[in-house]
Design a protein around this ligand. Structure first.
Ligand SMILES: [Zn+2]
Length: 161
């Protein structure tokens, strides 16, 4: 599948939400839920510091979808996100029966960036790809060019710690 101009618009919104999270003292991650016709239904950002440690945007949109959409609509929806889902969020996405995922940067990249900066991960869970957790979910990413913007946000977050 090719990345379209609309995909880029949603992905840029994810980066904006990630920036908003960073500026609010949370980790820089943002996600947008789009229906099969291209309408934005819901968006959120990381609120792990301001709400609770499980408040990742990807699980937030999965829970919103489970509560507000039919099974068919969920299957046709696309979740755009600034960083690849963690294992918790991949599982929530799959249990909610959501469709395709497009992410800007991968969990593997995040790990490499942290290593590059000499930062030790504070994550309490293993870093797994979406498909290691949810093999039936179709996935696209990373997005060359935009991933550098996410890297810059992650660098700002690491340097703040
Ligand atoms: Zn997560």
């Amino acid at each position: 599948m090719m990345i379209t101009a609309n995909d880029m618009m949603y992905l840029r919104r994810c980066v904006e939400l990630a920036t908003e999270a960073l500026e609010a003292g949370d980790q820089p991650f943002g996600s947008v839920l789009v229906d099969g016709d291209g309408h934005v239904l819901h968006e959120d950002r990381n609120r792990a510091n301001s709400v609770d440690a499980t408040y990742h945007p990807e699980i937030a949109v999965a829970k919103w979808a489970a509560a507000n959409m039919t099974a068919e609509a969920r299957a046709n929806a696309v979740v755009y996100t600034s960083g690849e889902h963690c294992a918790m969020c991949s599982a929530a996405h799959a249990w909610a029966g959501l469709g395709h995922i497009v992410y800007v940067s991968s969990s593997k990249q995040l790990g490499e960036w942290m290593e590059e900066m000499g930062v030790t991960s504070t994550s309490p869970i293993n870093s797994l790809s979406i498909q290691e957790v949810a093999p039936n979910v179709s996935v696209q990413g990373p997005i060359a060019g935009l991933d550098a913007e996410v890297k810059a946000l992650q660098q700002r977050a690491f340097h703040r710690r």
